[in-house]
Design a protein around this ligand. Structure first.
Ligand code: G16
Length: 544
């Protein structure tokens, strides 16, 4: 088969963000744009030559076209086998599972995660390495550096492959194996969780659940696992058919974007348990009857109770959380006598800790929770973990949380996002904060004393790599904290995130409204950063 050497020119804007390269679809549709980025992956990741690549995406608009382009480039660059999810689909955790199970040298996942999809919306591509996890910074830097030098790419001249039929195809010398995107992942879940106990819970007649797939990739996975394997009643999964534009919605499982689901947990005859996942299936939101579990609390509860789940019966060696995630997990680690690592935002920072066996459970405030079973956060894993706990403990979600707070104290938590602000204004705001924290230690701020202030820098304990400038932390007396960072996943302007937490050890005060408890800290956070002066905004766009 003929291999074409196509001339192109570098694009200056292909630096991957927190999780891969995310842009408007129209950016990816520019001639040579996707091809250049993929060529940079093949030129820098030499193991892929003669190796195996996993390929799939969340099914958003442009997924199918991108799969065909990548297949032609893979064949042009000497990859010997590509495992493609049927229909070009693989959830992010399932892709991680496939990479690990078939010992692939890496994977390409097509997704812009929770960002909206459609011709005018977002698309994304990320490269995962052989451990199944997102490429570490060194790898994304190499890929980016190579994009800046790109003058052409290699692809085979060939018609589209049939990616809808499971089976083996050849593209020149390269095997293209179209695989069932669900089966390997579903088997892994059955190995970890007590499916019998969860089955009984669903059959008890007194337990009702809804899972909102938000018209995204987890629909088919959830129908297979929850309804077919675990016997949840048909209709448990809502919005279960993946759509290219996610039904016009924002496939982000939070209180703002999963309204329909939240309402099912409230009012007359609410369901006992509800959960949602995002565009590519790695995020999760957990709800009980009239009850919202913050992702930070979810991590802490799962870590504290991991021994009740068969896959973690012998205990966990350690926990990790991203820096802005609340310190609830730290309290669990302290009680269990294990380490809790604080890493920068981005799942890639958990990879080394998981590979080295230093942690088994990890999570982020951004609705991500996971474990050492794959190297991505995993929405359905978190849902199954909660179902397993509910089945074993025979308690409601709110009872589990109340017990947890009594034992460990409660970290009230909220995050305020200011979206689409001017990038220069956002940088100026952060620069001011950087100066402010230089001598903030020991000062009084309202009713707090400042215990520390810094621009977070992380030294990986496994390979000693250093990641600096990861966000401003201001630690206050009594375990409260304010954190500021700019998002690395947006595609328009800048998004400022302010993360706030307040610790409450007194059980009598652990059932207050979060907004009321956090109000003084929210005001302080806004004032310290001069949010209004820099951004012109008086209110955040999203509060989670
Ligand atoms: C990605 C990363 C996460 C990160 C999140 C938010 O999630 O994988 O590790 O916490 O973005 O990042 P930021 O605050 O920079 O927007 P996802 O689900 O979008 O892949």
């Amino acid at each position: 088969m003929k291999i074409d050497q196509v001339q192109s020119h570098p694009f200056a804007d292909q630096r991957p963000g927190t999780s891969g390269l995310r842009k408007k679809v129209s950016a990816f549709q520019q001639p040579h744009y996707l091809e250049n980025f993929v060529q940079a992956i093949f030129e820098t990741q030499k193991d892929l030559q003669g190796g195996t690549l996993a390929l799939g995406g969340d099914g958003r608009y442009y997924n199918r076209e991108a799969v065909q382009i990548i297949l032609r480039l893979a064949a042009g660059n000497g990859v010997s086998r590509v495992l493609v999810g049927q229909g070009g689909l693989l959830s992010t955790p399932a892709a991680s599972c496939v990479i690990r199970k078939y010992a692939a040298q890496g994977g390409i996942i097509l997704s812009a995660s929770h960002n909206p999809g459609g011709p005018d919306k977002d698309f994304g591509i990320k490269f995962n390495v052989a451990n199944g996890g997102p490429a570490p910074e060194k790898v994304t830097q190499d890929i980016y550096d190579r994009t800046l030098l790109m003058s052409g790419y290699r692809q085979v001249e060939a018609p589209d492959i049939d990616i809808d039929t499971i089976g083996l195809n050849m593209l020149g010398e390269m095997q293209v194996e179209v695989i069932d995107p669900i089966v390997d992942y579903a088997h892994l879940m059955r190995e970890i969780f007590d499916f019998d106990a969860i089955h009984q819970l669903f059959n008890s007649g007194i337990f009702q659940m809804r899972f909102d797939a938000m018209h995204a990739i987890t629909g088919p996975y959830a129908v297979e696992i929850l309804e077919r394997m675990l016997g949840a009643e048909p209709g448990t999964v809502i919005n279960g058919i993946p759509k290219e534009d996610f039904g016009g919605g924002h496939p982000d499982p939070n209180l703002a974007h999963a309204q329909e689901l939240v309402e099912l947990t409230q009012g007359f005859d609410p369901v006992d348990f509800a959960a949602a996942s995002d565009g590519d299936g790695d995020r999760n939101m957990i709800l009980g009857k009239n009850f919202y579990v913050t992702p930070s609390d979810s991590l802490a509860v799962l870590a504290a109770n991991a021994h009740l789940i068969p896959g973690y019966r012998s205990g966990i060696p350690g926990i990790a959380r991203s820096m802005p995630t609340s310190q609830a997990a730290d309290r669990v680690a302290e009680k269990l006598g294990i380490e809790c690592y604080e890493t920068p935002t981005g799942w890639k920072f958990f990879g080394n800790l998981l590979d080295a066996g230093k942690i088994a459970v990890c999570g982020e405030e951004s609705f991500g929770t996971g474990s050492d079973h794959v190297r991505e956060k995993d929405g359905l894993w978190a849902v199954l973990a909660w179902l397993n706990l509910l089945a074993v403990k025979q308690q409601s979600v709110s009872q589990i949380l109340n017990d947890h707070w009594q034992q460990f104290g409660r970290n009230y938590y909220t995050r305020h996002d200011y979206e689409g602000i001017d990038s220069n204004a956002a940088e100026a705001l952060m620069a001011n904060l950087r100066r402010l924290v230089l001598d903030i230690k020991g000062k009084r701020l309202g009713r707090y004393r400042v215990e520390y202030g810094d621009d977070f820098s992380y030294t990986d304990p496994v390979d000693n790599s250093v990641s600096a400038n990861q966000g401003i932390r201001i630690g206050l007396s009594g375990g409260s904290r304010i954190v500021y960072r700019l998002s690395g996943t947006g595609t328009v302007g800048a998004t400022l995130r302010i993360y706030l937490e307040s610790f409450e050890p007194d059980p009598e005060k652990q059932n207050q409204e979060t907004a009321a408890v956090m109000a003084p800290l929210v005001a302080l956070g806004r004032e310290l950063a001069n949010v209004e002066k820099h951004t012109g905004r008086t209110e955040p766009d999203v509060i989670t």
